[in-house]
Design a protein around this ligand. Sequence first.
Ligand code: F3S
Length: 400
Amino acid sequence: MHLTRKEEKMYQGEFGPAIEKSMEILVALGDIYGAEGMVEIVSAQISGVSYKTIGEAGLEYLEDLAREGAHVKVPSTLNPAGVDLDNWKTLGFPEEFVEKQLLIVEAYCKMGISTTCTCTPYLVGNVPPLGSHIAWSESSAVCYANSVLGARTNREGGPGALSAAICGRTPNYGYHLDEERIPNLLVEVETPLKGSDYGALGYLVGKSVGSGIPYFKLKSRKQGKTGVNNLKALGAALASSGAVALYHVENITPEYKSASENLEMLEKISIASADLEETRGTLSMYKDKPDLVCLGCPHASLEEINEVAQILKGKTLANKLWVCTSISVKAASDRMGYTQIIENAGGHVVCDTCMVVAPIEEMDFKVIGVDSAKAANYVPSMCGLDVVFDDWQNLIDFKN
Ligand code: F3S
């Protein structure tokens, strides 16, 4: 792998041990994947934040890096942590876990990384422009960045994204290259989509396409609003049942024109409403109302929180409700009065964490209701709890 003179010096340790260690990781990745050189990045998004996922070894690694003076060179944000960093006590997070979690976030903070802790950094100002090179590691955010923003990133692991942020560059291979952004599966969706259908569609297609690139033809642009919220749900599900990092949607995503050049040569699948119905069935282990409903996977937008607030207005919930989001979106929700409406109904707008990376299995919940196919896929394996997948309006239950 070719390194510039400056990169060679970074690799040899002339800029200190943190950069040396990080360059070693980047060079090793570049060698494995056959990169010819490095490319400079403009943004990083770093996973490996929850104590539940990185444990003691991860915490030590981060504290060592911070001690060695590591500091990021590009705007960088964190993936969700294991707890709501401000309201962990009210929400009942275990104290021992919280102590460790706070140390992890502190180490990242020392490196200059924004501790917004969200999987939707594109909703809170980390919005790289079309064609820019970035190093993001949350799989749903990777899918969104490549597909909807048209930025370029591989599915980085936490250490790879952190190393890229510290060095300001990443190995130039995979989705950074034009020739690796061409679709290999045409998906014709024959049914109108709404709500959690986007997640079910993503889950189904992710299973067939694996690490490939699907090109979606939706039946009509009038089939529901295919806006930010639907695209984030679609990408999250694609990235969880498969290893998708990029998809195209005809007339919607920015690279669909160049991606449509040889569509007639592609393998094709058609998706009907019965296919989505069947997928919904496989994602739900349980039919009754859940004891905890967890929305915001990926983290909720202000618009989604508003939709929940409007339905909850003046009512009292019979089951518990978390609407997971970032601290920034919650601040806007507080100001708009949505948080207060949700709290009055007995629910919570939960920041910095989510139903998968929080230790909910230690918090006395048994059945979790989700409207996200990604969450439905991971809650059983990551938390050992039963899951119900449906539109959120069907999951919540009222006392009055
Ligand atoms: Fe985000 Fe957690 Fe879902 S990190 S995409 S809310 S599993």
